[in-house]
Design a protein around this ligand. Structure first.
Ligand code: PLP
Length: 264
């Protein structure tokens, strides 16, 4: 094996979802599909199915540090993807880890709720992500409900949320899947004042792990060297195809099909 010809490695700091729809499994599949290698580091365990979350447990800080440091010491990390952190202490743990990875692009999916609505962490976690992780992230990918929590604007429009959040972060992609527009309108805001929108056909149904899929695909694209906003468009296109081809193996939400049939 030649390290220089290896696929780019993306360190994923996310929770585990035993239904396989979201969390680390989503990260791994989405990264494989981009041609990247995922280094899945567990931040939290959840009890959930495709309907909703029943419980979760955040891992000890020392365990997360040990997992990530083992990987960082061994593999050339080309990007980092953050998913469920679950506690303010985990936010600080990630910040500590990022100090070991200067210049490595960080994609932050500010996970606070499961698709079924169950909590994956108190809103304080969102505020800590905003205050401490947004400043070191390349981009965050909240959906509109998450952006409203982070911006503390319960009825805020995407533009109002972005205005409130851009002082903290360089680029913000507010996804429109939960919006009420006929098409899904995804909006990329940059601190330099540029905005960019990308619309796609709204698909019927609700999906488990769509945010994880998008953020991981984007981290993979950045790891491959693709620049914004091209990386954002590639990740959105990929995610839309995964949702179009989604399956409903359980009693709840659809699970995106992230890998082609011959690879799954
Ligand atoms: N991370 C974990 C571990 C989860 O269990 C979930 C949802 O259940 C999420 C992230 C967020 O999922 P989504 O991509 O649907 O927002």
């Amino acid at each position: 094996m030649n390290r220089h010809t290896s696929r780019p490695v993306v360190l994923c700091l996310s929770g585990h979802d035993p239904s396989g729809g979201a969390g680390l499994q989503a990260d791994i599949e989405a990264l494989l599909a981009q041609g990247c290698h995922a280094a899945p580091t567990v931040t939290a365990l959840t009890v959930q199915d495709t309907v909703d979350v029943a419980d979760f447990r955040v891992l000890d800080r020392a365990w997360v540090l040990a997992q990530a440091r083992a990987v960082i010491a061994d593999l050339p990390i080309a990007a980092v993807k953050l998913g469920m952190l679950g506690s303010v202490e985990m936010v600080d743990t990630v910040l500590e880890l990022m100090r070991q990875l200067p210049g490595v692009p960080l994609v932050c999916d500010p996970v606070l709720r499961a698709g079924g609505g169950g909590s994956l962490g108190p809103d304080d976690v969102g505020y800590a992500i905003r205050e401490r992780l947004f400043p070191v992230a390349a981009i965050a990918t909240p959906n509109l409900p998450e952006a409203r929590i982070l911006a503390e604007l319960p009825n805020g429009t995407p533009d109002e949320c972005a205005e409130k959040l851009l002082p903290y972060i360089r680029h913000l992609l507010i996804t429109g899947g939960h919006g009420d527009e006929v098409e899904v309108v995804n909006r990329l805001y940059s601190r330099d004042g540029q905005t960019w929108t990308s619309s796609c056909q709204r698909l019927p149904g609700s999906y488990h792990g769509s945010g994880c899929t998008l953020a991981s695909a984007l981290a993979g694209r950045l790891a491959l060297g693709e620049a914004l906003p091209s990386a954002v468009q590639s990740a959105l296109d990929y995610t839309w195809r995964c949702l179009r081809d989604a399956e409903a193996p359980g009693h709840g939400q659809y699970i995106p099909r992230r890998l082609p049939l011959d690879a799954s």
